[in-house]
Design a protein around this ligand. Sequence first.
Ligand code: URA
Length: 197
Amino acid sequence: MTQDKKLRLKQIAADIKQNNVCPDLAVTATNLVLGDGNSNADIVFIGEAPGKNEDLRGLPFVGAAGKFLNEMLASIGLDRDDVYITNIVKYRPPNNRDPLPEEKEAFWPYLVQQIEVIEPKVIVTLGRHSMEYFLPDQKISQIHGEPKRISFGEKKVVILPLYHPAAALYNRGMRQTLIEDFGKIPAIIKKINQDKS
Ligand code: URA
């Protein structure tokens, strides 16, 4: 089953290349950054787009923001192999500019496929770029840290909108808020498991 999920994720990466998604970004990027971690995870984290380090290594969140994310995972007893980490846009935008609406739009169907393969219980959006696709017309400053249960295709999934770790790195207040919001993850998972049984 897990092996099958890994193969299906590999196929999504192959499809992105085959379908020539965002050709301008593909030309300037070193690697396609599909995702990293456990294809059977209960929790999927979704950031914005790869940065320089991610582009070079072909893995999401391996720079400074990733180090902070790893620390927060450790603080709740998890590591990267327990979760799945990805971005809405899979190629690095030049000079780390914000992803364009049409770039997010172009990659959205592939993110949906990733989620359909992994079937997580919780989707943690990191920053507003991924939040706006799951919780449109909301302000992250107003809803961060509040889990919301939404319909996703045939299924229900809980979305936890969090601030982006890169934005919180050098902003003390936001950093503290992010750490506190992150700390809610175990209770959210526990509640989902209880509600199911
Ligand atoms: N910021 C993101 O949104 N994603 C990464 O992979 C790295 C930094």
